[in-house]
Design a protein around this ligand. Structure first.
Ligand SMILES: *[C@@H]1O[C@H](CO)[C@@H](O)[C@H](O)[C@H]1NC(C)=O
Ligand SMILES: *[C@@H]1O[C@H](CO)[C@@H](O)[C@H](O)[C@H]1NC(C)=O
Ligand SMILES: *[C@@H]1O[C@H](CO)[C@@H](O)[C@H](O)[C@H]1NC(C)=O
Ligand SMILES: *[C@@H]1O[C@H](CO)[C@@H](O)[C@H](O)[C@H]1NC(C)=O
Ligand SMILES: *[C@@H]1O[C@H](CO)[C@@H](O)[C@H](O)[C@H]1NC(C)=O
Ligand SMILES: *[C@@H]1O[C@H](CO)[C@@H](O)[C@H](O)[C@H]1NC(C)=O
Ligand SMILES: *[C@@H]1O[C@H](CO)[C@@H](O)[C@H](O)[C@H]1NC(C)=O
Ligand SMILES: *[C@@H]1O[C@H](CO)[C@@H](O)[C@H](O)[C@H]1NC(C)=O
Length: 813
């Protein structure tokens, strides 16, 4: 952004250097007064200017309108957007005697604005940024640039239709920063059904505002403090308009060339544009990820759930989280006998209204009756928040969601029996695939066995209760068991060449399903440390977890003594490969600071989700660089839940006899005393931060504590040389304060005493807020024990310098 602005400033400077400020000291063009390249028209009080410009990175000349007083050239309208004038072609714009505004280069006409033949025409740039052509003695516009927007909507401009003339005013993004010709994204008013605003990519809807409900667009929280919004919906016109007149807000609504609709406000103090609102924001409001008759809830997992009374159309696809085919009714509607009823969804993101029917004259009660009386009606809502008017949906309900702000109420029509059935558990698993359709009988038996095995192991009673409740409530598990043959085929019979990685657990293979979908297949070694219990644990756990920072489990397979987990494929492999230069073409030098910081934040969010935000409280217990996978955009995803444990709601600490994990990442109280809590994960996270910053592994040599990374970081910190920890391969200038903050947070996380370490929500907060004040760290992990700062009762400890693999170690007690 800053770079872009600098470029724009450069252009501005070069423009003025080349041509001086040759503004025609007027806002008006009359016939016989051409505007040459290098000259500008300036509106009466100087708010806007019109003239020739070149976009960043291009020499082509365009005629555009921009803010005259801002130090950053921000073009809001372009005349010849698809028809540039060559750099040296001496463009001219002239109003002819008939009132046609003509832009030509030395050879040809490139653009014309003309509607009517006028007798005494003038063209004028108004102070709201509107270029108008009118009779000199009239205030009626024969033509106005506001009727032909490019990518920006200014205050007073109408977005939408004049139904009398068929004029459709929409915003179309630039092709890219160098080229203002029309790109793929359009923001327009969709007048089908109940009118709404839509953002389109080519012709596919990628966002919609929902219908206007009398006060705002129902699916769109109104950006606050941006003036007055209104929406006209008459037989003559359907348009959206906003008005900042009378305020000192300088704002604009722009579709950028990557398909984001953004509201910019000029911040005087900072001398820059600030984005105060944008869409699409979430997966739920972009496109229709859940398919028909499902409800999208960005805060629940899985995100897509069938509506009550509906089941997945394709259970197998649905279980693989391919939800595009949506859901179908469990029970047919009984329209004749009028026994159907309605289920209220509130606050709702209303379904797509482009096929809905509107009756503004009836009230809520009448709307409900009218819907019941028509066999095709699938749901309804009031057209106005005051309870008047009626929108009825006549087809599948597409794009229904749970609103995270004050949305409207939506009423889904259901057969009486489906209404009566209890509302499914909140949050997870409202939409599920029944165990019978997804799991074979054998898998069911195994699940039950594992369930009882847990019971036997006297797993914490609360956790058990949670799990028991979970199983009972859900009555299903939403994970498909895959055929052995499918996996054989996908991995070329587990060909060596498809191995992505190996570890103590077994091997991970790259696979390709018949449909072309890439997967990662984790084949557990038959005598691996990850026993059958861990396997089941992982399957059941991950099936319930969904977060963008957790790797997604797609399915599993049990065949004889083979145990297999199938994950989404992560093209960039694991973080340790990059960090510790394990794989030749993925090396540390590829990780610049922004990428490293992005990875740190992603891991922190994933861990926060595990600890606090998922329905289950989960301690990962084996967080390390090799368990962080990277997708194609280098987003980190936490993987390997084989050792994870569920915690009860009020439980905070658990003791285990069997210490599992990876040295170098294990908190001292866990490694020494088998005590684990969320704080032991925080310790591992701290080690990870320091590894990511330094590009060094945290090795554990208890005899020479100063040699390992934590000791080293601690010494440097105390000497005031913390920045020396920074990986020397990060060569670009980096934000020193941000790096220092990360080192500080890393050290806070690895402090010796668990109670001194921050919880993950604080970590996420501290990472994201430059102004958050950070505590001074105390001595880290094992160092604290050696210096007597941390009391422990090491009964029998033997610390190894193994780092690569997870291993299990019994600690005698
Ligand atoms: C543009 O104007 C310059 C200066 O008058 C002239 O030298 C040049 O030939 C013109 N270019 C064209 C394409 O007419
Ligand atoms: C371009 O516009 C100028 C000014 O109106 C005019 O003198 C010239 O003849 C035009 N050239 C062409 C090719 O239309
Ligand atoms: C946008 O407006 C242009 C010009 O009126 C029209 O050709 C185009 O079809 C419109 N696109 C949409 C998606 O409304
Ligand atoms: C488009 O807007 C989004 C959201 O503000 C931003 O992340 C992206 O960089 C923008 N793209 C361009 C090319 O400006
Ligand atoms: C999802 O399922 C549909 C069929 O319902 C199929 O056409 C599509 O390719 C699948 N998408 C993916 C990503 O597998
Ligand atoms: C309507 O009610 C009648 C009588 O109760 C019953 O026989 C019939 O099956 C019902 N129709 C439907 C579609 O439920
Ligand atoms: C709705 O309109 C009907 C007919 O005008 C009227 O009888 C009824 O009381 C109204 N209901 C409400 C809730 O206003
Ligand atoms: C149901 O509504 C549709 C759409 O308005 C209409 O075409 C159809 O005639 C209605 N059916 C009945 C039975 O009213």
């Amino acid at each position: 952004m800053a770079a872009m602005m600098q470029m724009q400033m450069l252009i501005l400077i070069s423009l003025s250097a080349l041509f001086g400020r040759l503004s025609i000291s007027t806002d008006t063009l009359s016939p016989g007064q051409p505007l040459h390249d290098g000259q500008t028209l300036v509106s009466a009080v100087g708010t806007f200017a019109l003239g020739f410009f070149s976009p960043t990175g291009s020499k082509n000349r365009y005629v555009g309108i921009w803010y005259n007083k801002l130090p950053v050239q921000t073009v809001v309208w372009v005349a010849n957007r698809g028809n540039p004038i060559a750099a040296d072609a001496n463009g001219t714009m002239e109003l002819n005697s008939n009132g046609a505004l003509i832009l030509n280069n030395s050879q040809t006409v490139v653009w014309v604005a003309s509607i009517a033949v006028l007798t005494n025409p003038v063209a004028q740039l108004l102070d709201n940024g509107n270029l108008v052509i009118r009779e000199a003695n009239s205030i009626e516009f024969a033509w106005q640039s506001f009727d032909y927007p490019t990518d920006t909507l200014l205050s007073g401009m109408k977005l939408g239709w004049d139904l009398r003339t068929g004029l459709n005013r929409n915003l179309t993004a630039w092709q890219n920063n160098d080229d203002p010709s029309p790109g793929r994204y359009t923001f327009s008013a969709d007048i089908n059904g109940s009118p709404q605003l839509t953002l389109l990519m080519d012709s596919a809807k990628i966002w919609r505002s929902g219908p206007w409900n009398g006060a705002q667009f129902s699916n769109t929280p109104q950006p606050s403090g941006l003036g007055l919004f209104s929406f006209a919906n008459t037989k003559d016109e359907v348009y959206f308009i906003y008005d900042t007149i009378g305020t000192d807000i300088v704002g604009r609504l722009t579709v950028n060339h990557t398909g984001i609709l953004q509201w910019f406000v000029w911040i005087k103090k900072a001398n820059e544009w600030s984005i105060t609102w944008y869409v699409p924001q979430t997966q739920c409001d972009s496109s229709f990820p859940c398919g028909p008759n499902a409800i999208c809830d960005i805060n629940s997992s899985p995100m897509c759930q069938c509506l009550q009374g509906f089941v997945p159309k394709s259970p197998a696809n649905w279980a693989l989280r391919n939800t595009t085919s949506g859901c179908v009714r469990r029970m047919a509607l009984d329209c004749k006998n009028k026994t159907d009823g309605f289920l209220t969804i509130t606050p709702a993101i209303l379904p797509d209204t482009s096929t809905a029917i509107v009756d503004k004259t009836i009230n809520f009660t009448q709307c409900k009756e009218k819907c019941l009386a028509n066999c095709s009606c699938t749901g309804f809502a009031s057209a106005d928040i005051r309870g008047t008017g009626c929108i009825m949906w006549m087809k599948d309900l597409v794009g229904l969601g749970t609103a995270s702000y004050e949305g409207g109420d939506f009423y889904v029509r259901l057969a009486a029996a489906d209404i009566a059935s209890p509302t499914p558990a909140k949050g997870l698993a409202k939409a599920k695939v029944t165990i019978i359709t997804v799991l074979s009988g054998a898998a069911l038996v195994i699940l039950l066995i594992s369930f009882f095995a847990w019971r036997k192991k006297k797993m914490n009673r609360r956790a058990l209760a949670a799990l028991e409740k979970g199983i009972k409530e859900d009555d299903e598990i939403e994970l498909p068991q895959l055929q052995w043959s499918t996996l054989m085929e996908a991995t070329d019979n587990f060909a060596e060449t498809n191995i992505l990685g190996k570890g103590g657990f077994g091997s991970v293979y790259k696979g390709k399903l018949a449909e072309g979908c890439e997967i990662a297949v984790k084949r557990l070694s038959k005598n691996s440390a990850q026993g059958i219990d861990e396997f089941k644990n992982e399957v059941i756990l991950i099936a319930k977890l969904q977060h963008r920072s957790l790797v997604r489990l797609l399915g599993y397979c049990i065949q004889g003594d083979e145990r297999i987990l199938v994950y989404e494929y992560m093209p960039n492999g694991s973080l340790d490969a990059f960090l510790f230069d394990i794989v030749p073409n993925r090396v540390r030098v590829h990780l610049d600071w922004p990428t490293r910081f992005h990875i740190i934040i992603g891991i922190a969010r994933g861990l926060l989700y595990l600890h606090q935000d998922s329905r289950l409280r989960i301690i990962h217990r084996d967080l390390k660089a090799s368990n962080i996978l990277l997708d194609s955009a280098m987003n980190p995803k936490i993987s390997d839940f084989g050792l994870a444990r569920i915690f009860g709601e009020n439980e905070t600490i658990t003791k285990t006899r069997k210490v599992v994990g990876t040295h170098g990442y294990m908190a001292p109280e866990y490694a020494l005393d088998g005590i684990f809590s969320v704080k032991s994960d925080v310790f591992s996270f701290g080690v990870l931060i320091l590894e990511i910053i330094s590009g060094q592994r945290n090795r554990v040599f208890i005899s020479t504590p100063h040699l390992y990374l934590l000791g080293n970081a601690w010494s440097l910190w105390n000497e005031g040389n913390a920045l020396d920890l920074m990986d020397p391969l990060i060569s670009d200038p980096f934000p020193v304060a941000q790096v220092m903050r990360c080192i500080n947070i890393g050290l806070l996380c690895v402090q010796g005493k668990p109670e001194d370490r921050p919880i993950m929500s604080s970590v996420v907060f501290m990472l994201g807020n430059d102004d958050a004040s950070l505590a001074k760290p105390k001595a880290p992990g094992f160092k604290a024990i050696l210096t007597g700062e941390l009391e422990s009762t090491p009964n029998h400890v033997e610390l190894h310098s193994f780092n690569n693999f997870t291993f299990t170690e019994q600690i005698g007690r």
